[in-house]
Design a protein around this ligand. Sequence first.
Ligand SMILES: [Zn+2]
Length: 276
Amino acid sequence: MPELPEVETIVRTLKEQILGRRIDSLEVPKPEAVQAGADLLPALPGSKVADVRRRAKLLLMRLSGKEDLILAFHLKMTGRFFVHPENTPAMKHTRLILNIDGGDRLFFDDMRTFGYCRIMRPADLADWPFYATLGPEPLELAPEELAASLQGAFQGRKISIKAALLDQRNVAGIGNIYADEALFRARIAPQRPASSLNPADLRALVCALREILLRSIAECGSSIRDYRDAFGRAGAFQNSFSVYGRGGQNCLSCGNALKSVRIAGRGTVYCRHCQK
Ligand SMILES: [Zn+2]
């Protein structure tokens, strides 16, 4: 699933191609992809793309026209965007097409179909329960503020730190890859109770998260299987993984074999010697 660095990369590469452009018409080959707000679809033609941004793992497209609208896309497992030339037909997995001025066609494709789009007025965004409960952005808060926020969120919680990082209410945008990589970098064992982390641990974790996320964004994200940016290009950060997908291989720090376990139902790789 695309996580924060991948969605951020898609936002940047999509923005480059569609910002300020007008939507002339739309096609919805798979109406079920519009999870909410389908009644607003007729208001899209004629509006302009005023902004494309990210919140957590959501891509938010703001349209300005007769009526300002937000299109919120969750890419889930395999959602992706691509701008095709005029007359390109819908493909098997194409969910939604926006025809843009000049003839380009923006496709929202999703092979696994878990991705979705919700259309709403800007004022209604905060009333969407999922959106309203999203935790802080790890790259927007200062490290000490994020550490304090996590300390409050973890207090009295029995869940593991790995599960706590995956919970979007604690911190936004983190998934399996960046949770494992950050815990390795911070030398914290993934199964430790979240509430057992002291201020120094939290500080190390927050700094590790920031560093890993920024490095991944700089390399346009991690392409494990399906993820591509809005130009169809793969990311490169998968070549820099320390632990993710490396179970049984040697720890890059101490040389011992990395261990694969399941935590919170998710495959997790860590070093028993380096992470405590
Ligand atoms: Zn090690």
